[in-house]
Design a protein around this ligand. Sequence first.
Ligand code: B12
Ligand code: SF4
Length: 494
Amino acid sequence: MRIILASPEAKVWSARKHIPLGLGYLAAVLREGGHEVMIYDAAIEDVTVDFYLDRGEMEGRPFDLIGITATTPLIEEAWQMAALCKRRGLYTVLGGPHLTIMPLESLEAPHSDYVDYIFKGEAEYSFLELVNILEAGGEPGVIPGIHFRRGDELIISPESPMIPDLDALPFPAHDLFKIDRYTNLQPLTDGLDPNARSFTILTSRGCPYKCTFCSKPVTGDTWRARSVESVVQEWKWLVHGLGATEIGVTDDIWNLKLPRAKELCRRLVEEGLNTVPWVTVHGMKANHGDLELYQLMKAAGCKRVGFGVENGDEHMLRNVIRKGQTVDMVREAFANAKAAGLQTMGFFIFGMPGDNEETMEKTIQLALELDPKLANFLLAAPFPGTVMYDVIMEGGEVYADNWTDFAIHEQKARFTMHDDNYDPDLVLKKWREAYRRFYLYRPERVWEKMTFKENWTNLPNTVAQMKRFFIGNKDQAMEVQDAIGGSAVKQGVN
Ligand code: B12
Ligand code: SF4
């Protein structure tokens, strides 16, 4: 079959320049299964998907099927893309995080008119099974994770088990990405090198922790690690075969097992792969490291390490966020990483249910004390499938007109709690204050920003960021007031 695997345009994520690795895995398995695959990532394309469909038809080799991936903020665009492709006669298949959490929504009207099949969970093997059946002209039945309509009947197959042996999978089809266009491994902050060939790699899947803001059904509780040897082989291919000049480790928790993490670093050194800088894109877990690990990481070429700090208040960390780490563990991790000579980055969340002036102030104080090279202050967003979402649905109210409102860059409150101690207006105030106090009120930070080349070469982006973080939008307070006043739409889960 001729298949196009697509990621919709991330309008909600202005600077996203990150390969959709899930599509790379699916493409690799389909390719091994004898199918012809193209990856279309609207975030980096200059043309719409129509262009490739037209070209396929003109060449007499039309595409038969489109598989579209979607996180929650991208699902609306995924539906639009599916509708377009359905009109052009393709089979349409949807999968990815949002479909794993809300599998039935996309099979309800009006989406059922243009979505043929959806997959819940990891789908390398099951998607191939569907494609093989369709190619043979058959009718799919029960395939792990598949959901679809057959007439009036809704076929729901039991979820596919998380793939236990990741070494059995082929490497993602990295060669199918237009890698020259992916230039920023950490779009929320800055790229390491704006002209880099930036690849990502996944050394493990799953995470045993249960942070309440995290979409656990997507991640899965069971940590499954690839062998160090397999990871090193893929790393080699990226560096020597595809010319990677920057690599991002995108695991949820690559350092869960300390000996394995250290072994990987040693092997990178042995193989001479430490000349290419790498980062932990989403951070690593602060309570699974020691000084030796950070020293080995440094020796292995790691440039920057991020940690999910989340909150400066012990009660919030332990009982609300359930992060499984204390503030002291975070302090130790930063101290060790800095002692090893690594750049540090901290992620901090503002506005979890239970956050108040005091706890948010503690978060700001902790950010100033840890003083990472980059601090990312994020507004809590209640994604479906999280404990946080359930807590808010029970004792509060979600503000959203549609799923696109869940984008991180919308600097607005996404919920309130029916609780006098929770104030969404204050959350916004403290969040913006955090940026000001961290980046603007300290001369050394202002100087650092001024000397960062990309801030000048990409001036419109810099100005937009400054406006967003430091000045804010005049209508914003009004928006929050409106929302509190009840104009918000409550988002429900099916
Ligand atoms: C790397 C990453 C990013 C990167 C880039 C992602 C990219 N280009 O794909 C960046 C930093 C840009 C990013 C941004 C965001 N992310 Co993110 N990110 C991740 C992370 C850590 C890894 C993604 C990954 O590579 N997974 C590995 C691959 C193998 O898995 P996969 O992509 O899910 O694909 C498998 C299945 O889902 C399925 N599948 C996927 N697509 C399709 C398509 C078809 C047709 C089929 C059949 C199957 C299928 O099969 C694949 C193979 O098994 C995940 C956490 C996680 N563990 O997945 C979070 C995660 C996906 N992100 C999340 C969030 C919330 C975001 C943001 C929305 C944050 C925000 N508030 O703005 C943004 C939105 C970005 C966007 N526009 O979509 C949530 C998603 C929750 C949700 N409800 O959608 C996750 C799950 C984190 C979490 N645990 O809460 N993210
Ligand atoms: S440690 Fe990270 S991946 Fe694991 S549950 Fe917490 S946020 Fe999710």
